[in-house]
Design a protein around this ligand. Structure first.
Ligand SMILES: Nc1ncnc2c1ncn2[C@@H]1O[C@H](COP(=O)(O)OP(=O)(O)O)[C@@H](O)[C@H]1O
Ligand SMILES: Nc1ccn([C@@H]2O[C@H](COP(=O)(O)O)[C@@H](O)[C@H]2O)c(=O)n1
Length: 249
């Protein structure tokens, strides 16, 4: 018997070639993008599911920071490199990877090491074909060629005082920074780049989520919409693809 819920016990991963519903999640630093994605995954019953079996997966734009030159590494160590500027990212790799994901290919992406300002190229995350892929980051709507790939665009809109108040303890406790480093980086790079590059991309969003993960009503509405869309998506061959096809009791 099939299971019409998104949280059924999946016994097969999605077939290769299957194109996922791609959702972009943008917003300023520490606005709650990852937390919103986590809530969406939990509400879709995906939090406890093994990576290979997941129907909904989340990728961070931080995995697409470009390699730094030796002089940039020295700057980064002194808090003088601008990680909030679009040039800090590898746009081509981002585009190729998302296109591969949309083509239903299995892709591998590195995770990011904030303490060393570098990708962990020996710690690769394998992304298997899924029904829904969330791509979150400060500048996911900045690059037009990336932006046009999304089926749905969400912007997490949390006020800047709250974001700074969250970023300070997070960067000190999880990203190996001192208070001075966090505040200097914020004033010199993070805040100006947010105003110049991130905030203007809010206009591209289909849904703006004020207060981030605290906004249960918005998250519930988005989750319902995702379920509706994924369960009734027409496929290339004209069939209606139902998520339940991939599930067994
Ligand atoms: N609604 C919330 N209430 C309290 N703390 C939150 C909330 N949302 C996120 N946080 C905390 O703020 C920090 C940044 O959240 P995160 O989701 O990682 O933001 P982003 O992905 O936008 O950088 C984390 O330490 C997280 O636990
Ligand atoms: N080596 C790095 C790389 C990035 N950052 C900061 O991370 C922020 C983006 O991540 P969020 O989870 O906050 O969205 C961005 O504002 C960069 O300043 C960093 O500090 N060091």
């Amino acid at each position: 018997m099939s299971d019409t819920r998104l949280n059924g016990n999946r016994k097969m991963s999605a077939p290769e070639g299957k194109s996922p519903f791609l959702i972009g999640v943008a917003g300023g630093t520490a606005s709650g993008k990852s937390t919103v994605c986590k809530r969406i995954m939990e509400k879709l019953g995906q939090a406890e599911i093994d990576n290979k079996q997941r129907q909904v997966v989340c990728i961070a734009q931080d995995s697409f920071y470009r390699d730094l030159t030796p002089s940039e590494i020295a700057k980064a160590a002194k808090g003088q490199f601008n990680f909030d500027h679009p040039d800090a990212f590898d746009e081509t790799l981002m585009k190729t990877t998302l296109n591969d994901i949309l083509a239903g290919k299995i892709v591998t992406i590195p995770t990011y090491d904030y303490k060393n300002h570098a990708l962990k190229k020996n710690e690769l995350l394998t992304i298997y074909p899924a029904d829904v892929v969330l791509f979150e980051g400060i500048l996911v709507f900045y690059f037009p060629e990336v932006r046009k790939l999304f089926h749905m665009k969400l912007f997490v809109d949390t006020d800047s005082d709250t974001r700074l108040a969250r970023r300070v303890p997070r960067d000190i406790n999880e990203r190996g920074r001192s208070l001075d480093q966090v505040l200097n980086q914020y004033m010199n790079f993070v805040k100006p780049a947010f105003e110049e590059f991130c905030s203007p991309t809010k206009k591209f969003a289909d849904v703006i989520i004020p207060r981030g993960a605290d906004n249960h009503v918005a998250i519930d509405l988005i989750v319902h919409h995702i379920k509706d869309i994924v369960q009734g998506r027409p496929r290339e061959n004209g069939r209606v693809e139902s998520i339940e096809r991939h599930y067994y009791d």
